[in-house]
Design a protein. Structure first.
Length: 302
């Protein structure tokens, strides 16, 4: 839907902005044999890999797929392994497509920029592309080529050769960047075409279904926030003797030291039975302990 397109565009723009800042403040080619390739590929690949992992981690569908179990309603019906496999593949492709937006943008922008590629492969340029001295050994030639990304390290007599090599490598890098963009655009287009061809829904029905899923999730989130707030309020009221926001509070409860200790510490989930969990220590205390204890009238001096 439109939200997905807007989200992907925002991710791409933020990635481009981050890449420019990253390059400006951190990238500095070592201009040394054997180190250029590692350094250049690290700046090309590692941020892309990190962005890919973050893209997977920030997608709610990833965690639904990882933590999800078969619905009891599905277990009652006759299982359809092929359909289940298709559904999992579709969800994985959807998650991967969203996760690839940032790393592909990073790779495309860095290749079009050319600096990382120039640094990584400068020492491997063939001598046929520039005027090389016939008296220079192969190792010396690689050392000179490795220094080409750093103009201050190149002797004046090799300035022209350096310019030719840098132009060649920038050309290769930018062509690779545009080819990557073309391949991604064509792949995305064909993927949407195939998904539409094999979809059991018509175009308008699919739009309605997408709108329904989006609205359902939005309403569910709102209900989740309100429900959890009301549920937590019951436990807070039991512990303190009043609920936040209450007017004309007549008395408050003074928790004991043992009760403060009971709700302090780390506890995320505690299984009560086969169907229920305690969500926190306060939740556990509220379900197990009575609310007896010391109460203080709010209109009296302590």
């Amino acid at each position: 839907g439109k939200e997905v397109v807007v989200a992907n565009a925002v991710i791409a723009m933020l990635t481009i902005f981050g890449q420019q800042l990253f390059s400006f403040f951190t990238f500095s080619c070592p201009c040394h044999v054997g180190q250029n390739l590692i350094y250049g590929l690290a700046f090309l690949g590692v941020p892309a890999l990190i962005l890919l992992v973050v893209g997977y981690a920030l997608n709610n569908q990833t965690w639904r797929l990882v933590t999800g179990k078969r619905s009891p309603l599905q277990e009652q019906a006759k299982p359809n392994g092929f359909l289940q496999c298709k559904l999992v593949c579709f969800v994985l492709c959807s998650i991967t497509g969203r996760a690839l937006v940032a790393p592909v943008t990073w790779l495309a922008v860095t290749l079009i920029n050319g600096s990382y590629y120039v640094c990584a492969v400068s020492e491997y340029v063939s001598e046929s592309y520039y005027e090389a001295s016939p008296n220079v050994t192969a190792d010396e030639r690689r050392r000179i080529l490795a220094a080409f990304p750093c103009s201050q390290l190149v002797p004046p007599e090799l300035t022209r050769a350096r310019d030719e090599v840098i132009l060649l490598l920038r050309y290769q890098s930018q062509v690779a960047g545009w080819l990557l963009i073309a391949v991604v655009v064509i792949t995305v287009f064909l993927s949407y075409c195939l998904a539409s061809c094999f979809s059991p829904l018509s175009f308008l029905h699919f739009r309605y279904w997408s709108s329904y899923v989006s609205n359902e999730q939005e309403l569910f989130d709102e209900a989740t926030d309100q429900h959890s707030r009301l549920y937590a309020m019951q436990h807070v009221r039991k512990f303190f003797g009043f609920a936040p926001g209450s007017e004309n509070v007549k008395e408050i409860r003074i928790p004991s030291l043992r009760e403060w200790q009971a709700i302090s510490g780390l506890a995320f989930l505690k299984r009560v039975d086969e169907e229920h969990y305690d969500y926190s220590l306060l939740h556990d205390w509220a379900l197990k302990e009575s609310a007896n204890g010391k109460y203080l009238k709010t209109d009296e001096d302590p």
